[in-house]
Design a binder for this molecule. Structure first.
Ligand code: PEP
Length: 252
């Protein structure tokens, strides 16, 4: 059966000492718990190797927030999937709406990134989601379906089974406006049906689909109670160990 997962996305927050401290706090909080889900933190590139040195990755997974669409070469300032993997990280967020919106990531770029992540044994957390105007126009299902088809449907079933999806309605990210649990369930069930149409029901049933967008301890339990919501990708609330653990505990 599919995994329940709570993953933090620190974005461009924390200096290195602050980040190492936060990672230690989350790690220590997990040491005294038996969480009912997998727990992952995705941190800035500069923090990966030092954080890998202070956490127990049997209890707390580590990921990057992005990787390059090339394996190596003359791409000044980029960080490749092999580089990320060499730090000890095993996850990578790809296709976050902020990357699509501010850095012009296209479906083609994302296909290359996904392929390189998989080749380097990194588990992609692949983000999809509509903007407010698309939801208001009633095109949100079409938008999300196209993002999945264009970004991922070149994969074999075996490759696809290594992907974690994160549905993040852009209007809910960092805005304090969470999708209702019914809105999340409706979209997650739709996403699962799109996957089933391409790869079959078994692959669809085994795919973890996380919800992201202003998820916090106070709303996580209701969201996670929905049958197709398999956990959360958490931005702001992952920057405080207590809040993040409150979301992890929502699975208990
Ligand atoms: C995110 O950026 O992935 C996210 C879900 O952010 P927030 O939780 O702050 O809305």
């Amino acid at each position: 059966m599919r995994k329940k997962i709570v993953a933090g996305n620190w974005k461009m927050n924390t200096t290195l000492p602050q980040g190492v401290e936060l990672a230690k706090e989350v790690n220590d909080a997990l040491a005294s718990r038996c969480p009912a889900c997998d727990v992952v933190i995705c941190v800035p590139f500069t923090h990966l190797a030092p954080v890998a040195g202070v956490i127990d990755q049997t209890k707390l997974g580590l990921g990057a927030e992005n990787c390059a669409d090339h394996a190596s070469g003359a791409y000044t300032g980029e960080v490749s999937a092999p580089m990320v993997a060499s730090t000890g990280a095993t996850y990578v967020i790809l296709g976050h709406s902020e990357r699509r919106q501010y850095y012009g990531e296209t479906a083609e770029t994302l296909r290359n990134k996904v392929a390189l992540a998989l080749e380097n044994n990194l588990t992609p957390i692949f983000c999809i989601g509509e903007v407010l105007a698309e939801r208001e126009a009633g095109s949100h299902f079409d938008v999300v379906k196209a993002q999945i088809e264009e970004g991922l449907f070149n994969l074999s079933a075996d490759q696809f089974s290594k992907i974690i999806l994160a549905y993040e309605p852009v209007w809910a990210i960092g805005t304090g406006k969470t999708a209702t649990d019914d809105q999340a369930q409706e979209m997650h069930a739709f996403i699962r049906s799109v996957i089933a149409g391409k790869y079959g029901q078994e692959v669809a049933d085994n795919t973890s689909i996380l919800y992201g967008g202003s998820c916090k301890p106070s709303n996580a339990k209701a969201l996670f109670a929905k049958p197709d919501v398999d956990g959360g990708l958490i931005g702001g609330a992952s920057l405080k160990a207590d809040d993040f653990m409150g979301i992890v505990d929502a699975w208990n």
